[in-house]
Design a protein around this ligand. Structure first.
Ligand code: GAR
Length: 212
């Protein structure tokens, strides 16, 4: 089977990228290969992680473009040039416009640090998500991996995992637990399912084929 060429898009620390790199090292990405890491920020630590793993890193700086649309177009051009099959948003903090979704229908994944449809959409990113969950008083939060559609955090859900909120949690402790217990496992698993050709989308529903 043809290897799935994966690009991981990042903006910051890149612990989810690291989880994907580690899974690839263990041969657990379903035969997919991370062929590029693209950062929206110069100097993002994620780029160092890519370099250490021997993966080419590219920067498409948000601040060099007038709008999200102009930046999206530049990213799509890069992805096409690199012959990418699957785009993974791993802590990517820019909201893309429809050019990316049209270029990669049902082939863009995002990891979100809450149980969608809670605490998601515009303004809910990074630590803000956990601040909102704690302020609301939920007893459970978690992570979601979903396909990206035109609605921010609104695409079909591939996988979710719940994580308990503890009494003394701060946004930082909750973020860390959700990463460790959910994000770093769910994202490589979802990518592996995609690379094995086991995901299909019917309306809002993602169907996962049994292993052959
Ligand atoms: C992760 O918790 C990810 O789910 C979140 O940002 C963090 C990035 O960490 N993404 C969003 O909030 C997107 N809406 P990382 O750079 O260490 O992977």
């Amino acid at each position: 089977m043809k290897k799935t060429r994966i690009a991981v898009l990042v903006s910051g620390g890149g612990t989810n990228l690291q989880a994907l790199i580690d899974a690839q090292m263990r041969n657990e990405l379903g035969g997919g290969e991370i062929i590029a890491v693209i950062s929206s920020k110069e100097g993002a630590y994620a780029l160092e992680r890519a370099a250490k793993a021997g993966i080419p890193g590219y920067v498409v700086p948000r601040k060099s473009y007038d709008s999200n649309r102009a930046m999206t177009q530049a990213v799509v051009e890069k992805l096409k040039e690199l012959n990418v099959d699957l785009v993974v948003l791993a802590g990517f903090m820019v909201i893309f416009t429809e050019e990316l979704i049209n270029a990669y229908p049902n082939a863009i994944m995002n990891v979100h640090p809450a149980l969608i449809p809670s605490f998601c959409g515009k303004g809910y990113y990074g630590l803000h998500v956990h601040e909102a969950a704690l302020a609301y008083g939920v007893k459970l939060s978690g992570a979601t991996v979903h396909f990206v559609s035109e609605e921010c955090d609104g695409g079909p859900i591939i996988a979710q995992k719940a994580v308990a909120v503890l009494e003394n949690d701060t946004p930082e402790t909750l973020q860390k637990r959700i990463m460790e217990e959910a994000e770093w496992k769910l994202l490589p698993h979802a990518v592996s399912l995609f690379c094995q050709g086991r995901l299909s989308v019917e309306g809002r529903h993602v169907i996962i084929k049994e292993e052959e």
